[in-house]
Design a protein around this ligand. Structure first.
Ligand code: SAH
Length: 396
């Protein structure tokens, strides 16, 4: 008999809507002594069985639910089934865009809370973020070995959020060794170099794939400024689409070094590309002082808000860069602007951009609403899975 959790009266509502989290304050009592990450049964106050999930004693998110089916055991078959379902749901995308790099499992959004798995050509990279994911690590790895017997497996669970779950950061090879070289993935006929061991997140931003393609379409014969470029993949699409000149800006020199290699690897003209190691906030102002202008500007900053208390500051940050970017655009120019802060709703982001236009004294017309690529789905029961939003605007 596994340990169990009894909810306070009325607190079963979120579960009835199949939201995958139970917060600590919803819990009336814990029966038994579940260990960190162990599977527990969840009952309502009347003793009705509701779900089973992973117990995380140190986190405000006290339980992450695995299943609403009492008969479903959390075993190897469970992980094989869920991961195969995630793979199946991506097959059309993989084929259509000829992907060797994609997010295979997007955690809660693929009904596997706390588990991110990215596919990089011959290597799978795991990020296990929750107590339940860590507790079942051996089963998750065994499932991956069963489904992808030829693949290497690498752990990039070196993230701060693990602390909230009472877990240490971990990183390193699980099966096979990474080669000394950077990994190469392909999407839409573009080659992209990825530093799996040292890159951001698990190495790369798959979520911007559709937006790279869309951006390319705005860049023919244009001068383009790509702020927060990371490894410069927007630029590959832009140059393939005939951009006149492209400037990548990032704080990270190692990201810019890969950006340069990305241009070479795709046989594109390095003479058309600049790589600027700078703080975007300062550089945009410097360009404004110098009277520099561009036809297209891409703004893809890192997450500005990790919690609600940071949201106001985040709004100020977004407004600031958007305002100055608008001032740098030639009349009729295009701004492609994104926010990957989940706490910032699409409505709020639009308001911030509208305020930026007022302050910039420019007219801004929304010509496109942008989102995360479909290998980052949004489960209808987990709206929090929607985090990346963007706007394409004509600035006059
Ligand atoms: N656009 C990229 C992803 C951007 S991630 C892509 O499509 O792959 C955010 C990037 O912003 C990171 O590479 C980080 O190094 C960089 N960054 C963070 N703060 C910055 C700042 N103030 N100025 C310039 N770059 C910054």
């Amino acid at each position: 008999m596994s340990a169990s959790i009894v909810l306070k009266p009325g607190r079963e509502k979120a579960l009835n809507r199949r939201h995958p989290w139970i917060f600590s304050m919803a819990i009336k009592k814990v029966v038994g002594k579940p260990g960190i990450g162990e599977t527990v049964d969840i009952f309502d106050n009347q003793g009705k069985w509701l779900a089973k999930g992973a117990y995380s004693p140190q986190s405000q998110i006290r339980v992450r639910l695995w299943s609403f089916d009492q008969q479903e055991a959390i075993d190897l078959a469970f992980f094989v089934n869920r991961i195969s379902a995630a793979l199946d749901s991506r097959q059309a995308l993989i084929k259509e865009q000829q992907l060797t790099g994609y997010r295979l499992v997007a955690a809660e959004s693929d009904y596997l809370p706390g588990i991110t798995i990215d596919h990089y050509a011959d290597t799978l990279v795991c990020q296990l973020l929750s107590a339940g994911a860590e507790f079942n690590r051996h089963l998750i790895i065994a499932a991956l070995e069963q489904l992808f017997p030829q693949h290497k497996i690498y752990d990039r669970s070196d993230v701060d959020v693990r602390k909230k779950e009472g877990l240490e950061k971990t990183q390193g090879p699980i099966k096979g060794e990474l080669s000394e070289e950077l990994s190469i993935i392909e999407e839409n006929g573009v080659k992209i170099l990825v530093d799996i061991a040292n890159g951001h997140k698990t190495g790369f931003y798959f979520d911007q794939r559709d937006n790279r393609r869309i951006a390319g379409g705005y860049c023919r014969d244009k001068t383009v400024l790509n702020c927060f470029s990371y490894t410069g993949t927007f630029g590959i699409y832009a140059l393939k689409n005939g951009a006149k000149h492209f400037t990548n800006v990032d704080l990270s020199q190692s990201a810019l070094d890969i950006a340069k290699k990305n241009i070479e690897t795709n046989g594109l003209d390095l003479a058309k590309v600049d790589f600027v190691q700078a703080d975007v906030f300062k550089l945009l102002r410097k360009y404004r002082e110098e009277g520099k202008t561009f036809d297209v500007i891409i703004l893809d900053p890192p997450k500005f808000a990790d919690n609600k208390s940071q949201l106001n500051g985040a709004c100020r940050g977004y407004k600031d860069i958007n305002m100055v970017a608008m001032q740098l655009l030639n009349p009729g120019g295009t701004l492609l602007t994104y926010s990957c802060s989940g706490l910032m709703s699409a409505d709020l982001f639009q308001k911030v951009v509208a305020d930026a236009a007022l302050d910039a004294k420019r007219d801004a017309q929304i010509i496109g609403r942008l989102s995360q690529a479909s290998d980052h789905p949004i489960a209808s029961t987990f709206p929090e899975g929607f985090y990346l939003k963007g706007l394409a605007l004509t600035i006059r």
